[in-house]
Write a protein that binds this ligand. Structure first.
Ligand code: PMP
Length: 308
C-alpha cells in the first residue's frame, strides 16, 4: 500500500487528468538522469476555507531551480499558482501536501537533455504528519554522508537528482535505528536534515545556519525566522559546529513536510530535557496558528483556493 492516498486528479501539462492517466515513459530524461526540479507545499484549512501556505515563495523557488538546469517551463508563475490552487480545489482537499514537478521528458539518452520537452505536473494528496507519532521529538543521527556542495550540486537548487544525497543519509539513519539524519557539509559543519532545515536554541537564542553552509533555503526556515523576529527572540545566524549540538538546550527541524519537529536525541545524547523546549513549543504553536489562518499578521502567507 502506498504511503500516500490517491486523489481523483493530477494536473499535468495544463490538464486535470485522472490519477491513473498521469503517466510518463521510462525513457524520460528526468527519470534516467534526475533532471527535474520540484517543490513540496501544503494547504491548510483556515476560517476562509483551504489555503496554500506561501505558494508564491514555493513557485518562485521552483522557477529558480528550473532556470539553474535551463528547464524552460511552458507555464508562467501565475499559471503555476492557479494550477496549484485548482488541483487542491478539484480534489476537494483541505489539509494537503502538494508536489509540483518539472522535468526533461523523453527524447534522448544523451546526458545533455537534447531537445527534451519539459513536462510539468502538480500532485496533491491528503496531508499527514511526516514523522508519524513523534510529537515528543525525534531521535536523529549525524550521517557519514556529507551534504552536497555548491561546487558540484548547489544545495539551494531543489532538483530531483540532488536528493540521492538525502536518500543515502536517511537510509543510513533508519538502518542505524534513528528517525532521520543530520548531514554535515564539506567543511564539517552541521548543515541540515535530509529534508528539513535545522535550528538550535541556546540560552534563549535561536541559532541557525546562514545560507552558505550547504542548505536548502527553506520557506519554513524563512517563516520561523520571521515569527521569531516578531516575537523578539534573539537570532544568531552562523556556521553550526558539532559541538553546538552538545551545548544545545533545544533543537528542531523545520520544513514543509516536517513543519516544526522537535529533536530529543542526537546519537544517544539527550537534547535539553528530552522533550520539546519552551521556544520550540512557542514557535510550533504560532506556526500552526499562522498556517491555519488564525493570525491576521501572517494571513498574507496564505493563498485561498477559492471556489469554482
Ligand atoms: N532542506 C531540505 C534538504 C529539504 O528537502 C527541505 C524540504 N523542502 C527543506 C530543507 C525545508 O524547506 P521548506 O521549508 O521550503 O520545505
Amino acid at each position: 500500500m502506498p504511503a500516500f492516498t490517491k486523489t481523483d486528479r493530477i494536473w499535468m501539462n495544463g490538464e486535470l487528468l485522472a490519477w491513473d492517466d498521469a503517466q510518463i515513459h521510462v525513457t524520460a530524461h528526468g527519470l534516467q538522469y534526475g533532471t527535474g526540479v520540484f517543490e513540496g507545499m501544503r494547504s491548510y484549512d483556515t476560517p476562509d476555507g483551504p489555503a496554500i501556505f506561501r505558494l508564491d515563495a514555493h513557485i518562485r523557488r521552483m522557477q529558480m531551480s528550473a532556470s539553474f538546469y535551463e528547464i524552460v517551463m511552458p507555464y508562467t508563475f501565475e499559471q503555476l499558482c492557479a494550477a496549484s490552487l485548482d488541483v487542491v480545489r478539484t480534489n476537494k482537499l483541505e489539509n494537503s501536501y502538494l508536489r509540483p514537478l518539472a522535468f526533461y521528458d523523453t527524447n534522448s539518452f544523451a546526458v545533455w537533455p537534447k531537445e527534451c520537452p519539459v513536462t510539468v505536473t502538480i500532485i496533491a494528496v491528503p496531508g499527514r504528519q511526516y514523522f508519524a507519532g513523534d510529537n515528543g521529538g525525534l531521535r536523529v543521527s549525524v550521517s557519514t554522508v556529507r551534504r552536497i556542495d555548491a561546487s558540484s550540486l548547489p544545495p539551494f537548487v531543489k532538483a530531483c537528482g540532488h536528493y540521492t544525497n538525502s536518500v543515502r543519509a536517511a537510509q543510513e539513519a533508519l538502518r542505524r535505528g534513528y528517525d532521520d539524519a543530520i548531514l554535515l557539509n564539506n567543511k564539517g559543519n552541521v548543515a541540515e536534515g535530509s529534508g528539513a532545515n535545522l535550528f538550535m536554541v541556546r540560552n534563549g537564542t535561536l541559532i541557525t545556519n546562514d545560507i552558505d553552509e550547504s542548505i536548502l533555503e527553506g520557506v519554513t526556515r524563512d517563516s520561523v525566522l520571521q515569527i521569531a523576529r516578531d516575537k523578539g527572540i534573539p537570532i544568531v545566524m552562523r556556521p553550526m559546529k558539532l559541538a553546538d549540538i552538545e551545548l544545545a538546550d533545544e533543537m528542531f527541524f523545520c520544513g514543509t513536510a516536517v513543519e516544526i519537529t522537535s529533536i530529543k536525541e542526537v546519537d544517544g545524547r539527550t537534547i535539553g530535557g528530552g522533550t520539546p523546549g519552551p521556544i520550540t513549543r512557542d514557535l510550533q504553536q504560532t506556526f500552526q496558528d499562522a498556517v491555519h489562518g488564525k493570525l491576521a499578521q501572517y494571513r498574507h502567507w496564505l493563498s485561498p483556493i477559492g471556489t469554482d
